[in-house]
Structure formats: structure tokens, C-alpha cells
Design a protein around this ligand. Structure first.
Ligand code: SF4
Length: 179
């Protein structure tokens, strides 16, 4: 078992925050373990909880479409999220849950060693980069830290609700063409 697979096995049986009690399946993430590009969302939704796979509901369909627009397949990249268990009724992640789950994300980044990380939505941006400003100002900008290029953008779920934001995500994803 690779180091990455060991982390995923730990996530599947994790009880470090309250969410283990209500989850059906933890969702460690999936994709190429040597991906050059990684995508980080907020938390599993209902469909993800039922399947144990990341981004497979409506927002996932949009993410797959956005990837295809820039010539990428899901299997080429690595897709995960800040929390690995479904917050009941899709509520916002709580701070202690994010803190409990964050070491897994750090380990995944360390083992996958992506060159680029796309941060999908405010929770992913704040967790990984801290407070770097309002999303409407920073989305689509390349932020370099410790040898990794971060690209903050809106969460695909926001793109489903607001067509204007979908256009912005599409533009931000085009940044991936010039890596
Ligand atoms: S959300 Fe993260 S920390 Fe909480 S139980 Fe699930 S895997 Fe563990």
C-alpha cells in the first residue's frame, strides 16, 4: 500500500470529528496519485456520501465539464475536498471539523506533489491559503507558495446557481492551459 493509500485508509475509518457519526462513506478523494493538478472543494454532498467518491453529484458533473473544456480528464488530475465526511443537510463546515481534517489534506499534497492546485470556493481558499481577500477580487489569479501555483476560483455549486459565476469559473480554468 502506498503512503497515499494509507492516508485514504485512515480517512475511511476516521473519527476525529463529529461527522463520522452521520456519514455513510468518508470521501478521501480520487484521481492520479502523481497528478500535476489537484482540485480541492469544500465537503462531500449527499451523492458523494452515498458513493464514497468526490464530485459525483450535480457540481461534480459541472466540474467534469469544466475539466473537459480545458482538455483534462478526471483520471489525470486529483480531486478532493477540505472535509471528507458529509455535513448533515449540507451545512457549512465548522472550524473544529476543518482543523481536524486538514492534516489529511496536507499529507495528500505532500505525497501527490502537484505543481498546481485549484481551490474551489472560499472554504478551500481560506483553509489552504488563509485570508487572502475577497473571492471576486482574487479568483483566477495565480498565487505561488512553496513551489506550488494556487488558482482560487468559485465552487462549481455556485456556478450551477449563478450562470455569471459559471462563466467566471470557465475563465479561471483557462489559466490551466498556460501552466
Ligand atoms: S470530516 Fe475529516 S476529521 Fe471529520 S471524521 Fe471525517 S475524515 Fe475525520
Amino acid at each position: 500500500m502506498s503512503e497515499l493509500e494509507k492516508v485514504h485508509a485512515q480517512i475511511r475509518k476516521c473519527r476525529k470529528c463529529r461527522l463520522w457519526k452521520t456519514r455513510k462513506h468518508a470521501v478521501p478523494g480520487e484521481g492520479n496519485p502523481k497528478a500535476k493538478i489537484m482540485f480541492i472543494g469544500q465537503a462531500p454532498g449527499k451523492t458523494e456520501d452515498e458513493t464514497g467518491r468526490p464530485f459525483v453529484g450535480r457540481a461534480g458533473k459541472l466540474l467534469t465539464e469544466l475539466l473537459a473544456n480545458v482538455g483534462l480528464k478526471r483520471e489525470e488530475v486529483f480531486i478532493t475536498s477540505v472535509l471528507r465526511c458529509f455535513p448533515p443537510r449540507n451545512r457549512m463546515p465548522k472550524k473544529d471539523e476543518i482543523n481536524a481534517c486538514n492534516p489529511y489534506l496536507k499529507k495528500q499534497i505532500a505525497f501527490i506533489k502537484p505543481k498546481t492546485i485549484v481551490l474551489l470556493g472560499n472554504i478551500a481558499i481560506k483553509t489552504v491559503l488563509g485570508d487572502i481577500g475577497k473571492l471576486e477580487k482574487i479568483h483566477g489569479k495565480k498565487i505561488k507558495r512553496n513551489g506550488i501555483t494556487y488558482i482560487p476560483t468559485y465552487h462549481p455549486a455556485a456556478g450551477i446557481r449563478f450562470p455569471k459565476l459559471k462563466k467566471k469559473i470557465e475563465m479561471d480554468f483557462k489559466t490551466l492551459l498556460n501552466q
